[in-house]
Write a protein that binds this ligand. Structure first.
Ligand SMILES: Cc1cc2nc3c(=O)[nH]c(=O)nc-3n(C[C@H](O)[C@H](O)[C@H](O)COP(=O)(O)OP(=O)(O)OC[C@H]3O[C@@H](n4cnc5c(N)ncnc54)[C@H](O)[C@@H]3O)c2cc1C
Length: 540
């Protein structure tokens, strides 16, 4: 083996790769990040998609980004500004009415009372229940899960993390069990009676989740979307000025300052392994697509598990049992993502004039039944006949994104099969799906279609090709109980260490999973630094 040029080489310059690189560099390691695209940031980037019109290309709204990461990397001091939504969500209803969620407890209760006095009354207790469980999740987000098979270290970590759960009251433990095991509908039925109210909360359960709100375990995905905060306000979502790319460009700046070598247009073709087959070898570096080899003491994968283990490591280098498990790792979030340049703001039939509702997450999915139908259709034909659409119009709060008087909107759409049935390819169906999505918005906001100046389309296949998201999975793998915490991605490798010596994982395919959180990157760096000083593994 050649002398390693770096302590760590990171495959992928997504936000988690950058966070990991920064903590490693701050820990005294020499680090190199290799990114396949021309731009760093992975799924958190801002790009011009039509002359004069920019938007967050893929991920588009902030909440889950860990306050510790913001503070440590001094992102706010570098210029990061996150604007809270005045109201969280706006849900037009089939009967011509609408529901506004957020803007304070009293305002939301007034809105709920339009549908059910009992639901309005139940809201404070619901928020408190969700908050108690979300707090546990928050406290675990920046901790490596206990890793089975690691002896004393595992025991210490398990006891520490178990203490958090033991601190919950019995009703809170029941809520936690419900959230981890029930369907979103099963969970919400226990709290509310109005279909509009259940839809407002149930939407989070199908975001990036190719599933019905009736699928057992979907309640957990709902919970995953509320454990964040914006500017200290728990559960809130906001807009990063300059789009999601602003976050990663400030991270890039922090990394450069810390001495990280950052390379773009540097696609890794394979991980170099020495010392024997079947898991006995050690990852010693990577080979780029052009044949260049980069050697390092640690190889850290920011790419998801399916990309890493199916495509970047020779099968013979991996333990056979591990390879079989990875084949069963589920990917495919059923997501279709568009950006549109608009000549005018949409006018929703139920609330046509501009107002705070246009600065919220506009959800076209009025009931859980609508969401269930969308999933059933997608399973049969590849796409929902009436898709679930969330629209955000960031140009209303960020003038840098569109020319004066014009706007950009993000359309984040669910229930588009990762693979189309009958051998059809997404390349032949993407325009049809895009037309369907525009028609869906048009139904609720007449005139919308005519206002579209240009559109950028990302089918599940486009997301895979552009960002390396296998199956177009926005989370690097399903957020189901079998793929969470110590089992993310595979039980026994849930603490950021891969099945080869010297190999680590730092992306959304590790705990605590998808979203622009920075948590996997942070935790992976701690694991790598701990391995450099073994005593830290027990007490750190
Ligand atoms: C359409 C969409 C909408 C989303 N919306 C939101 C949202 O609003 N809010 C939110 O919090 N989260 C959202 N998410 C989820 C979130 O963006 C991701 O979970 C998160 O960005 C994952 O970050 P990561 O750093 O782990 O991986 P990634 O961002 O996937 O980064 C991995 C990097 O590896 C690079 N790479 C791939 N192959 C190679 C190779 N061979 N060699 C070198 N580099 C390689 C990729 O180009 C990429 O830059 C969304 C995601 C998508 C796709």
């Amino acid at each position: 083996m050649k002398a390693p040029a770096y302590d760590a080489v990171i495959i992928g310059g997504g936000h988690n790769g950058l966070v990991c690189a920064w903590y490693l560099a701050r820990g005294g390691q020499r680090v190199c990040v290799l990114e396949r695209r021309h731009v760093l940031g992975g799924a958190a980037v801002t790009e011009e998609f039509h002359p004069g019109f920019c938007n967050s290309t893929a991920s588009y709204t902030v909440s889950l980004l860990q306050p510790k990461v913001i503070k440590d990397m001094r992102l706010a001091e570098r210029g990061l500004r996150i604007i809270e939504r005045p109201v969280s969500n706006f849900l037009p209803q089939e009967d011509g009415g609408y529901l506004l969620l957020g803007g304070g407890l009293a305002a939301t209760q007034r809105e709920f009372a339009k549908f059910s006095a009992a639901d309005a009354a139940a809201l404070p207790a619901y928020y408190a229940a969700l908050e108690a469980v979300a707090d546990v999740l928050r406290s675990l987000a920046l901790r490596a899960p206990p890793n089975l098979g690691e002896g004393l270290g595992t025991l210490v970590a398990a006891v520490r993390q178990g203490r958090r759960l033991a601190g919950l009251s019995l009703p809170q433990q029941r809520d936690m069990l419900d959230l981890f095991t029930k369907s979103a509908r099963g969970f919400l039925d226990g709290w509310f009676e109005s279909e509009a109210v259940k839809a407002a909360f149930g939407f989070d359960a199908v975001v990036g989740n190719y599933a019905s709100p009736d699928t057992p375990g979907s309640a957990y995905v709902l919970l995953h979307h509320v454990f964040g905060e914006v500017n200290g306000q728990k559960g809130a979502w906001g807009h990063a000025l300059g789009g999601m790319g602003a976050i990663t460009q400030y991270m890039r700046e922090a990394c450069a300052e810390a001495g990280v070598a950052l390379r773009t247009e540097a696609p890794v073709a394979r991980v170099l392994v020495e010392g024997g087959p079947n898991g006995q070898g050690r990852a010693v570096g990577v080979a780029l697509a052009d044949g260049e080899e980069v050697f390092a003491r640690h190889v850290v994968a920011n790419v998801g598990p399916r990309l890493l283990y199916d495509h970047l490591i020779a099968p013979a280098d991996l333990p056979a049992e591990f390879r079989r498990r990875v084949k069963g790792y589920k990917v495919g979030s059923g997501t279709f993502r568009m950006n549109v340049a608009l000549s005018a703001l949409p006018r929703f039939a139920c609330l046509p004039e501009p107002g705070p509702h246009l600065q919220s997450g506009i959800i076209i999915a009025p009931t859980l039944d609508y969401m269930d139908r969308a999933f059933s259709d997608a399973k049969q034909t590849g796409m929902a006949k009436a898709p679930i659409v969330e629209m955000l119009i960031p140009s209303l709060v960020d003038a840098s994104l569109a020319p004066p008087g014009r706007h950009v909107a993000s359309l984040f759409c669910q229930q588009f099969a990762p693979e189309l049935p009958d051998g059809r390819c997404w390349d032949d169906a993407r325009e049809e799906a895009a037309d369907l999505i525009i028609a869906t918005v048009e139904r609720w906001a007449p005139g919308f279609r005519a206002s579209v100046i240009a559109r950028q389309i990302h089918s599940p296949l486009d997301l895979e090709r552009k960002f390396g998201l296998m199956g177009g999975d926005i989370m690097h793998g399903h957020m189901s109980l079998d793929q969470l915490w110590a089992a993310r991605p595979i039980l026994g490798h849930g603490a950021y260490r891969g099945p080869l010596a010297g190999l680590y994982m730092c992306g959304a395919g590790t705990h605590p999973g998808g979203g622009v959180t920075g948590a996997p990157g942070h935790n992976a760096a701690q694991a790598i630094l701990a391995d450099a000083k073994p005593w830290r593994r027990w007490w750190g």
